[in-house]
Ligand binder design. Structure first.
Ligand code: E4P
Length: 217
C-alpha cells in the first residue's frame, strides 16, 4: 500500500521522505492556509522533494475555470496530480485533464456512486473521505469497501486513495480492505510505530540493562 502524506509542511514531508515513507503528498486549500505559504511556491518545493504524485487542488467552481487552473497547477512539475472536487464540473475537468495526460485526483467523495462516476471520467485517484463520514455517524470504512468491490467488479484502474484519515485504525482497515493508497497527516503516520507493549517492553529491557553495569559503546 502506498503512503501519501496529507500536509503542505515541508519539514514534516522531508522527515518522512528521508525514511522512505512518502510515496506522494496531498494538499488542499485548508492545508495551504495552515502552511502560510504561496500555493505555487510551496507546491513546487514539495514536487522537487518527493518523487511520487503531489496533489494540488483547483479552487474554481466552473469547469472552464477549473480546467485553466488545473493546467497551471500541472505545469508546476511532472508529478502534479490535479485535485478536483466531485461535482459535475469537477468530473468534466477530470475528463479533459486526463485526456491531456495529466494525473487527476477527484476529491470530496462521500458515496460509491460518486466513485463510480470518477472512474468513468478517467480519474487517476478517487479520494473517499473516511473521517468526515465518521464525523456524521456514517461508516467511512464501509465506503472504502464498497468502492473496492465496485472497482474490482468492472476492472476500473482508478486508484482508491483513502483520505480524511484520523486514526491508526483507519490505516489498518484501509490496508485490510485493499485501498491502493492512504493519505494521512504526519502525526498519524508516525503514530503507526507506537504500541504500549513496545514501550513497556523497552522500559523493562532498559531497567535490566542498567543492572548489568555493561556498555556497548
Ligand atoms: C485529502 O486529500 C484531504 O486533504 C484530507 O485527507 C482531508 O482530511 P480532513 O477531513 O481531516 O480535513
Amino acid at each position: 500500500m502506498k503512503f501519501f502524506v496529507d500536509t503542505a509542511e515541508i519539514d514534516a514531508i522531508a522527515e518522512l521522505n528521508d525514511l522512505g515513507m512518502v510515496d506522494g503528498v496531498t494538499t488542499n486549500p485548508s492545508l495551504i492556509l495552515k502552511s502560510g505559504r504561496d500555493i505555487l511556491e510551496v507546491t513546487k518545493e514539495i514536487c522537487d522533494l518527493v518523487d511520487g504524485p503531489v496533489s494540488a487542488e483547483v479552487v474554481a467552481l466552473k469547469a472552464e475555470d477549473m480546467i485553466a487552473e488545473g493546467r497551471k497547477l500541472a505545469a508546476i512539475a511532472d508529478n502534479i496530480a490535479v485535485k478536483v472536487p466531485l461535482t459535475w464540473d469537477g468530473l468534466k475537468t477530470c475528463r479533459v485533464l486526463t485526456d491531456e495526460g495529466h494525473m487527476v485526483n477527484v476529491t470530496l467523495c462521500f458515496s460509491a456512486n460518486q466513485a463510480l462516476l470518477a472512474a468513468k471520467a478517467g480519474a487517476t485517484f478517487i479520494s473517499p473521505f473516511i473521517g468526515r463520514l465518521d464525523d456524521i455517524n456514517l461508516d467511512g470504512m464501509e465506503l472504502i469497501a464498497d468502492i473496492r468491490t465496485i472497482y474490482d467488479n468492472y476492472g476500473y484502474e482508478t486508484q482508491i486513495l483513502a483520505a480524511s484519515i484520523r486514526t491508526v485504525n483507519h490505516v489498518t482497515e484501509s490496508a485490510r480492505i485493499g485501498a491502493d493508497v492512504i493519505t494521512a497527516p504526519p502525526a498519524v503516520i508516525k503514530a503507526l510505530a507506537s504500541h504500549p507493549l513496545t514501550d513497556k517492553g523497552l522500559d523493562a529491557f532498559m531497567a535490566d540493562w542498567a543492572k548489568t553495569g555493561q556498555k556497548i559503546l
